[in-house]
Design a protein around this ligand. Structure first.
Ligand code: GLC
Length: 647
């Protein structure tokens, strides 16, 4: 790891005991002249946001007592924040958008698959450093039902303040967070705010008929209301969990469950729910979490007669959460999981003056990328990148090829229709292509939630399997393997060329393929997302030292791309970038410009080699080989790429 990227995010040396915020103590009354220095930090942050926060809270809840309680608890969470985290808050406040720094590289992983336990992850930090990873997203680790068929991979939370006993303890999590901070790394976790597990204490008490707890969920016995929701609200899991309501015989009522029947939707119309969930958020922030991933955030407000997604109240809630974070733990960033159409995604950034999420997943770009792989036609991707690159630079996207979820084919069908491609047949083509059913497709994987009514289906597999590494390995086809590895590296290079924060899915750094073991596990067999949630293979890591192996080629290839990306100013977050028109629709061309430097990043999204014409005959430097040459044209092999800088 270069010295530039090994930047510790601990407090600056200049902050001594005398100018550091004072030791913790009981919160002083607002007007006390002897108020400790650090409370004044909280009070001045609060003063900045108080009026807007109160206005929004009262608009939604009209409940002054609950607002006063919220402020009081915020003050207490601020008092409870460790000195190290308070210092980090100050550093990050001064730095601004710390998560946008050029050397940021993320990796997303399951604790048990990667290293068994939280302590195990801490023991593997050197490996992650070797991968140049400085942002670790730990997949859900909070307490969840031990029956895996009722935990949704941990997204059914039983207790927001307890770690799954098999993974470790909250103290071990806090220890890991501080070990990360010492190495200049940050930690991301999921904040599952739309629902709780049916085994959460609130749900258990609601099921027992306690009104106070029933009011934290949506109970309904009126069949007309139930039917209307079912008519107006699209299904999240049409095959694996159809319907929006789950009947509870002991109560003779239904409870709203938009996701799985064991995930009960929380009722944010009740200010008690909002307040308590904010206390959980602040509690977790105080363990040292740096990035909170707001799971399924578009769903958190329901309104009869609407589709219950992206309602204006959702934005009010997220804006309030942003302000609460900025007052108590300004070093913590909010990452919105908004898997929606592009017009619905961008509003979750809020505005530059009144921001909501710090970061959002670049979900449409991800899905459009795989569409491009299957069609060898970059036109839709160019249009999508055009839309993204014209957004304000403050809007930070998280770029990724694969994550723990399926790929839903959320594409711009209006445009595709104009080109003669209808939604349902096109989705069928994409799924067939990635299943490997189309001649010439080297991909392997599984369908997810195939809906026989709408003809819709989503897709699951690892990056490596979608690129053909699994098929080539199985067939022992060296030539096909060479192309598959090239495609895998080309897609990563393309991801690194975009502005934003790139995230690698654990295992992708060594080209790990699909794991079919889930099919033999009755608790997982119904959820094909487990195909890409296999045990991380440390045996593959052992191969990275052996020249010529697939693992060494991918690992070394990524290593080089990452080094260039974090060192060359043309990859900085302030650089301008845009897709450039090119006559061949199979070729994607991205230009990045910073000061005098211009990068031409050219990607061949096709199985045929291409002769590429530069915009002008000039001297260019190949960033990968380091060679400089006078060029007018150059050759790109099938699925190859080039990074050329104008000299
Ligand atoms: C998010 C998660 C997904 C989970 C769902 C319900 O979309 O990414 O894995 O099933 O939320 O919590």
């Amino acid at each position: 790891m270069s010295s530039s990227s090994k930047k510790s995010i601990a407090a600056p040396k200049s902050m001594t005991a005398s100018n550091a915020p004072a030791a913790r103590g009981k919160a002083a009354p607002t007007k006390s002249p002897a108020r400790p220095a650090r409370d004044s930090v909280f009070e001045s942050r609060l003063a900045r946001h108080h009026d807007e926060l109160r206005w929004l809270y009262m608009e939604l809840y009209d409940n002054g007592d609950m607002f006063a309680e919220l402020i009081d608890r915020m003050r207490r969470f601020s008092d409870g924040r460790s000195e190290a985290l308070r210092k980090l808050d100050i550093v990050r406040e001064q730095e601004g958008a710390w998560y946008r720094s050029q050397d940021m590289l993320g990796m997303q992983m399951y604790i048990d698959n990667f290293a068994g336990t939280i302590k195990g992850v801490e023991d593997k930090l050197s490996y992650l450093e070797r991968c140049h990873v400085n942002y670790i997203h730990l997949m859900p680790f909070l307490d969840t039902p031990s029956d895996k068929s009722r935990s949704d991979g941990g997204y059914a939370v039983k207790d927001f303040r307890r770690v799954q006993p098999g993974l470790g303890t909250m103290d071990e999590l806090a220890h890991l967070a501080s070990a990360c901070h010492e190495r200049g790394m940050s930690l991301c976790m999921d904040f599952v705010m739309n629902h709780t597990s049916e085994e959460h204490e609130w749900a258990r008490r609601a099921r027992a008929g306690e009104g106070e707890y029933m009011s934290r969920y949506f109970f309904e016995s009126n069949q007309e209301v139930i039917d209307q929701y079912s008519r107006d609200v699209p299904q999240v899991f049409p095959t694996t969990a159809p319907g929006h309501w789950t009947y509870l015989p002991e109560l003779g009522q239904c409870v709203m469950t938009q996701f799985y029947p064991y995930q009960w939707d929380l009722n944010y119309r009740n200010p008690r729910v909002f307040n308590e969930m904010m206390y959980n958020f602040l509690y977790l922030a105080n363990q040292g979490i740096d990035i909170m991933r707001l799971d399924a955030v578009p769903y958190i407000w329901k309104q009869l007669g609407t589709n219950c997604r992206n309602l204006p109240q959702v934005h009010t809630l997220v804006r309030m959460m942003r302000m609460i974070g900025e007052v108590v733990c300004p070093g913590v960033a909010l990452l919105g999981e908004v898997v929606m159409a592009p017009v619905e995604v961008v509003p979750y950034f809020g505005t530059v003056e009144k921001p909501e999420c710090h970061m959002l997943y670049n979900v449409t770009t991800m899905a459009t990328t795989w569409h491009t792989v299957a069609t060898e036609d970059t036109r839709l991707l160019r249009q999508q990148l055009d839309a993204v690159c014209t957004l304000p630079k403050e809007y930070t996207f998280l770029n990724y090829l694969r994550c723990h979820d399926d790929i839903g084919w959320g594409l711009d069908y209006q445009t595709l229709r104009g080109w003669g491609q209808e939604e349902v047949p096109h989705k069928r083509y994409l799924n067939d292509y990635f299943l490997g059913n189309i001649p010439g497709s080297p991909s392997r994987g599984a369908l997810y939630n195939a809906d026989p009514v709408t003809g819709d289906a989503r897709f699951c597999a690892t990056t490596a399997s979608m690129c053909g590494i699994e098929a080539a390995g199985f067939e022992g086809n060296a030539e096909a393997m060479e192309v598959a590895v090239r495609k895998d590296l080309m897609l990563h290079a393309y991801m690194f060329t975009q502005s934003g924060l790139p995230i690698i899915y654990s295992g992708d750094e060594v080209g790990q393929v699909n794991d079919y073991a889930y099919r033999d596990d009755p608790e997982k067999a119904d959820d094909s997302r487990y195909i890409h949630r296999g045990q991380f293979s440390w045996e593959l890591v052992a191969n990275i030292e052996q020249a010529g192996t697939v693992q060494s080629q991918i690992f070394a290839g990524l290593d080089e791309l990452e080094r260039i990306r974090r060192e060359d100013p043309v990859f900085g977050s302030e650089a301008a970038w845009y897709p450039k028109d090119y006559s061949d629709p199979a070729v994607l061309w991205i230009v990045r410009e910073c000061g005098e430097e211009t990068l031409h990043a050219v990607f061949n999204f096709s199985g045929a080699s291409k002769t590429i014409w530069m915009p002008e005959r000039a001297r260019y430097r190949n960033l990968i080989s380091g060679e400089q040459a006078e060029l007018e044209t150059f050759e790109l092999p099938a699925w190859g790429f080039a990074w050329y800088e104008r000299q």
